[in-house]
Design a protein around this ligand. Structure first.
Ligand code: V07
Length: 258
């Protein structure tokens, strides 16, 4: 007989086996929504949901890395999240510190490299130090990139890229006639992820069907999957199901069916 854990694992294994290993998305981006709602539903403070959400980051990172995903981008904190209650913001700013202390050795053993995109200069010093340490300690890992969007906003990213292009044109480092999609992309923060700048699959949890200023340029051809599951409840099995949805779609990039 199977124990409950073995039953769960064998079911999870079946989901995983349904996937075509040749068509695992290289870059998966996730809007990890529903942490506060998950907690409120249990009559717990919202921050308990964020803490549970961080545990899920670790589990999903390992599952994605084991599948052969090259880049996992997670929306950890948006430029709009500063509008939340100050206690909640303070708690969130402590999560990279907690994450660093708890999970970085395990990430290293999985050969996962930590990357961050966003305006780090506005973060509290302790958060900046934790982020810096996580990046520094994993910089020789050459497996999956775990890319946190932290104090990130896509419109600002595009505006900043445009300013840098304008400066380079003014300084005659770049000619206006050279500017095209490919050159423009080099000025975005996602260039750090080259050659996997653009997500193949974008997942948003918790039922909302919006992009909310996340990777607007980069998702031009991404498959979008919206799931009702709250991020703290998200399991490797949910990831396999969402990748299966991706594999069942027919990506055309504006062309016609093969
Ligand atoms: C945050 C946990 C996941 C659910 C969504 C919101 C709360 C991991 C990090 C992190 C960021 C940078 C880094 C190491 C870890 C994080 C924030 C919130 C602000 F280098 N989870 N997590 N940062 N949540």
């Amino acid at each position: 007989m199977f124990s409950n854990k073995e039953k769960k694992n064998s079911q999870e294994q079946l989901e995983k086996e349904a996937l075509d290993p040749q068509r695992i998305p290289n870059h998966i981006a996730v809007i990890m929504d529903g942490n506060g709602r998950w907690a409120q539903k249990r009559h717990l403070p919202r921050v308990v949901g964020h803490k549970q959400g961080m545990e899920v980051v670790e589990v999903i990172t390992k599952a994605a890395s084991n599948l052969g995903v090259k880049v996992l981008t997670l929306y950890a904190f948006s430029t709009e999240n500063w509008k939340r209650p100050v206690d909640e913001v303070n708690y969130l700013m402590d999560l990279p510190v907690k994450f660093f202390n708890r999970f970085v050795p395990e990430l290293i053993s999985h050969n996962v490299q930590v990357n961050v995109m966003g305006d780090e200069s506005k973060l509290p010093k302790k958060t900046q130090v934790a982020v810096h340490n996580a990046i520094e300690q994993t910089k020789s890992c050459d497996g999956m990139i775990l890319n946190f969007a932290l104090n990130y906003g896509s419109r600002t990213e595009i505006v900043e890229a445009t300013k840098k292009i304008a400066r380079d044109v003014k300084d005659e480092q770049l000619d206006e006639s050279q500017i095209n999609d490919e050159i423009f992309a080099k000025y975005l923060m996602s260039e750090q992820l080259h050659p996997y700048n653009d997500p193949d699959l974008l997942i948003r949890t918790s039922g909302e069907q919006r992009i909310s200023n996340f990777l607007l340029w980069q998702i031009a051809y991404s498959e979008l999957v919206f799931t009702e599951v709250y991020w703290p409840d998200y399991k490797p099995q949910n990831l396999y199901e969402d990748i299966l949805k991706f594999q069942q779609r027919n990506r055309r990039f504006g062309g016609i069916k093969a």
